[in-house]
Design a protein around this ligand. Structure first.
Ligand code: SAH
Ligand code: AVI
Length: 719
C-alpha cells in the first residue's frame, strides 16, 4: 500500500473513532433538562453543560488553536471552559461553574457541533504530525473521562434533591456486572514488571514500565459487597477510632459519616441513590461510593488490607480470568499514593498539565466502573482521587499477605536447562522442543483451560472411568499407603483416588511447574487435613528419592492424563523402570492412557475452535521470550495439530508463516516459511501396546479398564 492511501485509511479510522466517542455525551444529556445540566451540586462537581463544552474546548485549545491563522468559535470560551491549564490563561474556577447561565445549553450544543465540524475538516486534511495525532487521541480519552464525570456529577446533583429523581430509566452501563467467584488468588510476587509498555495509547502517568518487588500476597477474587458493608456498619465500624487513619477519623467526625455516600437508613433497611433514583441496597451488589478512608478502615476491620497498585496490576495482568469485576463495576481503591513512576516524563507541551501536577496527596484507584466507556480503561490505568472523596463510582477489593510458597519457585538452574534444551532442539533438523517446557504458570493455566474444552475429551473420560474403578483398586492399597503422582498439575483427578482411599497416609505430587504444584498441594492439604502432603518440584524423568515421613505402607504410583504419551518410547520405558525402583517391591501403579481413535476426533481435541490449544502451544515461545530473552515473533508461528498414523500419535507443531531469523542465546536461528518446531507428541495406545510397554519396564498388568467412546483406558500395574 502506498503512503497516501495509508493516510486515507488512518483518517477514515480516526474520523469513525471521533464520531463514536463524541456522540456519547450528547446521548447521556438527552432526556435531561437545561436546568439539570446547568446546576452544580458541590465544588468538586461540574454542570453537565460545562462537561459538554469543556470536552469540545479541549480539541479547540490543544489542536485547532495551534493551526496557523485559526479563528476561535468564540474567544470568550477560552476562559469559560478552560479547566486547570495554567499555560492557557485565566479561567472561571471550578466552584463557580454553576453560575454560567450563559451561554445557554443550546449555544453549548451548537459550539460542540461546530468543533466537531472543524475537527472533521482537520482530520480530512490527513494530519501526520505525531504530536498532534497523540493530542487527538488524548482528546478522545479525555472526552471519555468526562463522560464518566458527567454521570458522577449528575448523580450527585440528583441526590441533593428531596425528590430523589431518576436521571435515567436504566443504569447507563455497557455490560452487566459479573457474578462473584468466592475465593482469593495467590501470587508468589518477586520481581515483576508493571506500567504501560508498547505503542498503544496510554496516559503519561501509566509509564514507564518498571520493575517492583512484591512479597507473596493474595487478592480477593470479588469486590466487597453491600452485605459485607452492612456487617461493618452493624459492628460499629463508623464509631471505632481504632479502625481509622487519623485523617479518616477526623473526616468521619466532621462529616458525621455513618454509611457510604447516598445511603439512607429506612427503618431496619438501607436505601441508596443511583442514576435510576432511590432504591433498596442490594446486599449482593458491590458496595459503591466509598472514600479511601472508609475502604482502608473496612480492610482493617476485616483483618486484611488494600492491595498496592502494583499488586493489583500484576494480579490482573497474570490472571485476568481469576477476578470478577476487575473492570466495569467500581474503581478499586489501592494502598498506593499517586506518585510518578521511576523515570516518569510528562507529555510535552500544554498537555504536561494533564496528570503530573496532581501527584501529591491523592490515592490510586484501579480497574474501571460501570460508567467508564468500553475500551477506555486498561490494566495499567491509574485513576486517582483525594482520600476523602466519595462521589466517584468507587469500591474495594481486599488483599492480604500470603504464606511463603510450599514449593520453591523455579530456580536459576531450571532456566539454564530450558535455554540449553531449547537451543539444542532448535539446532536440530527437524526442529524440536520438549513439551515439559510448556508448563510455566501461564502454560499450566492454559492446560487447565484445555481440560474444560468441549473437544478435549481425555480429562472428562478419564475422570469418569477413575470414579468407576477407584473403589475396587483402592481396596488393594492396604494400610498407611502413600500416593505418588507424576505430572500432578492441578491435582484434580487425585481427589477421586483420595476419596476412594480415605486411609491413605501421604500424598507426594511431583511436577515441573512450581506454581501449579504449590497451588494444588495447598488445596489438597486444606481439603484433606489428615493427609501428609509433600510436594516435589522437578522433572519426573530424573527421579531422586521419595521424601521421608510418608508412612510405611505400599507406594502407589499415579500417572493419569496420558502424560506418558508425551514421552518417546525409550523415555517412557526408562521412566516406568525408574518409577518401579523408586516405589519399591510391592508397589502398584495406576497409568492413564488415551486410546487410538478416529483422526477427526483427535484433531478436534488438539485444535479446538476457541484457540486455547493454539495459545498453549505458542506459550512456549512467549515463555522463551520472557525467560530467555529470545526474539520470537509469536504471531508468525501457526499452531498445527497433525495425526501421525505410522507412529500412532498426535503431533503439535509451530509452523513459521514466513522466512525469519530468531535470536536465542546469542545465536541466530533461521526458519524457512513452512518449517516447523515439533513441540509435542501425544501417543495413542491400544491395550496390546500398553501391555507391551509396561512389560518392557518390568511391570505386570493386573487390570485394564476402558471408558465409553471417545475411549481412554486405565491400567493397574503391579511391581
Ligand atoms: N495429571 C494432570 C495434568 C496433566 S498435564 C491431568 O491428568 O490432568 C501434564 C503435567 O505434567 C503438567 O502439570 C506438567 O507441568 C507436568 N510435566 C510435564 N512434563 C514433566 C516432567 N518432565 N517432569 C515433571 N512434570 C512434568
Ligand atoms: C498433558 N498431555 C497429556 C496433554 C496431551 O493431550 O498430550 C497436553 C496437551 N496438548 C495439547 N492438548 C493437551
Amino acid at each position: 500500500m502506498n503512503a497516501p492511501s495509508r493516510i486515507a485509511d488512518r483518517t477514515a479510522d480516526d474520523l469513525m473513532a471521533f464520531r463514536i466517542v463524541r456522540a456519547a455525551m450528547p446521548v447521556l444529556a438527552e432526556g435531561l433538562g437545561a436546568e439539570d445540566l446547568g446546576a452544580q451540586s458541590m465544588p468538586d462537581c461540574s454542570p453537565g453543560k460545562w462537561h459538554l463544552a469543556h470536552t469540545s474546548w479541549f480539541f479547540e485549545a490543544m489542536i485547532l488553536g495551534e493551526e496557523p491563522g485559526y479563528q476561535p468559535v468564540d474567544p470568550r470560551f477560552q476562559t469559560l471552559f478552560n479547566s486547570y491549564y495554567e499555560a492557557l490563561g485565566p479561567r472561571v474556577e471550578r466552584p463557580e461553574r454553576g453560575l454560567m447561565t450563559r451561554p445557554s445549553l443550546d449555544e453549548v450544543l451548537a459550539y460542540r457541533q461546530e468543533i466537531d465540524r472543524r475537527m472533521a475538516n482537520w482530520l480530512g486534511g490527513g494530519p501526520t504530525d505525531p504530536r498532534r495525532l497523540y493530542l487527538f487521541t488524548l482528546g478522545l480519552h479525555h472526552d471519555q473521562q468526562h463522560q464518566e464525570l458527567f454521570l458522577m456529577d449528575i448523580l450527585n446533583l440528583m441526590a441533593r434533591s428531596p425528590l430523589d429523581p431518576a436521571a435515567y430509566r436504566a443504569e447507563p452501563r455497557a455490560r452487566p456486572a459479573q457474578t462473584a467467584r468466592g475465593g482469593t488468588t495467590r501470587f508468589d510476587g518477586g520481581l515483576v514488571e508493571i506500567g504501560h509498555a508498547g505503542a498503544d495509547f496510554a496516559f503519561d502517568n501509566e509509564g514507564p514500565a518498571h520493575r517492583v518487588w512484591l512479597e507473596p500476597y493474595a487478592l480477593a477474587d470479588d469486590l466487597v459487597t453491600n452485605a459485607d458493608w452492612i456487617a461493618f456498619i452493624n459492628d460499629d465500624g463508623y464509631a471505632r477510632p481504632e479502625l481509622w487513619l487519623s485523617d479518616g477519623w477526623a473526616t468521619v467526625q466532621a462529616e458525621a459519616w455513618a454509611a457510604p455516600l447516598y445511603w439512607r437508613r429506612e427503618g431496619e433497611d438501607w436505601t441508596t441513590m443511583g442514576l435510576t433514583g432511590r432504591a433498596s441496597v442490594d446486599p449482593a451488589a458491590p458496595v459503591r461510593h466509598l472514600s479511601f478512608y472508609e475502604a482502608d478502615a473496612y480492610a482493617r476491620w476485616a483483618g486484611k488490607r488494600l492491595p498496592t497498585e502494583a499488586e493489583w496490576e500484576h494480579a490482573v495482568r497474570c490472571r485476568p480470568e481469576a477476578f470478577s469485576n476487575a473492570f466495569g463495576e467500581v474503581w478499586q481503591w489501592t494502598a498506593s499514593a499517586y506518585a510518578p513512576y521511576p523515570g516518569f516524563r510528562p507529555t510535552e507541551g500544554t498537555a504536561s498539565e494533564y496528570n503530573g501536577k496532581f501527584m501529591a496527596n491523592q490515592m490510586v484507584l484501579r480497574g474501571s466502573s460501570f460508567a467508564t466507556p468500553v475500551g477506555h480503561a486498561r490494566t495499567s490505568y491509574r485513576n486517582f482521587f483525594y482520600p476523602y472523596q466519595r462521589w466517584a463510582f468507587t469500591g474495594l477489593r481486599l488483599a492480604e499477605a500470603a504464606p511463603a510458597p510450599l514449593v520453591r519457585a523455579t530456580d536459576q538452574g531450571e532456566t539454564a536447562r530450558f535455554r540449553r534444551d531449547l537451543v539444542a532442539g532448535l539446532s536440530r533438523s527437524p526442529k524440536v522442543a520438549s513439551p515439559k517446557w510448556f508448563y510455566d504458570a501461564e502454560g499450566s493455566h492454559l492446560f487447565e483451560a484445555i481440560t474444560r474444552l468441549p473437544e478435549y475429551y481425555p480429562t472428562r473420560q478419564e475422570a469418569a472411568l477413575l470414579r468407576r474403578v477407584a473403589p475396587e483398586w483402592a481396596a488393594r492399597f492396604g494400610p498407611d499407603a502413600a500416593l505418588v503422582e507424576f505430572g500432578s498439575g492441578a491435582s484434580e483427578k487425585t481427589r477421586i483416588v483420595l476419596d476412594a482411599a480415605r486411609d491413605l497416609a501421604a500424598y507426594v505430587p511431583i511436577d515441573i511447574s512450581a506454581d501449579a504444584l504449590d497451588a494444588a498441594a495447598r488445596r489438597i492439604a486444606e481439603a484433606y487435613p489428615a493427609l501428609t502432603v509433600t510436594p516435589l518440584v522437578g522433572d519426573f524423568l530424573h527421579l531422586g528419592a521419595l521424601p521421608a515421613g510418608i508412612g510405611q505402607g505400599r507406594r502407589i504410583g499415579f500417572f493419569p492424563g496420558s502424560t506418558i504419551g508425551n514421552l518417546e518410547r525409550e523415555e517412557a520405558i526408562a521412566f516406568l523402570t525408574a518409577a518401579r525402583g523408586l516405589l519399591g517391591p510391592d508397589a502398584l501403579f495406576i497409568l492413564g492412557v488415551d486410546l487410538a481413535k478416529a483422526p477427526e476426533t483427535l484433531i478436534a481435541a488438539y485444535d479446538d475452535s476457541a484457540g486455547v490449544t493454539a495459545a498453549f502451544n505458542r506459550n512456549l515461545l512467549v515463555r522463551a521470550n520472557r525467560e530467555l530473552g529470545a526474539g520470537f515473533d509469536v504471531d508468525s508461528f501457526a499452531h498445527r495439530a497433525i495425526w501421525n498414523a505410522g507412529a500412532s500419535r498426535m503431533e503439535m507443531h509451530l509452523e513459521a508463516t514466513r522466512d525469519m531469523t530468531v535470536l536465542l542465546d546469542g545465536r541466530s536461528i533461521a526458519f524457512r516459511q513452512g518449517e516447523t518446531i515439533h513441540t509435542e507428541s501425544s501417543r495413542k495406545y491400544t491395550e496390546a501396546s500398553v501391555r507391551e510397554l509396561a512389560g518392557a519396564a518390568g511391570w505386570t498388568v493386573a487390570g485394564f479398564e476402558t471408558s465409553p467412546d471417545p475411549a481412554v483406558a486405565l491400567a493397574l500395574l503391579e511391581a
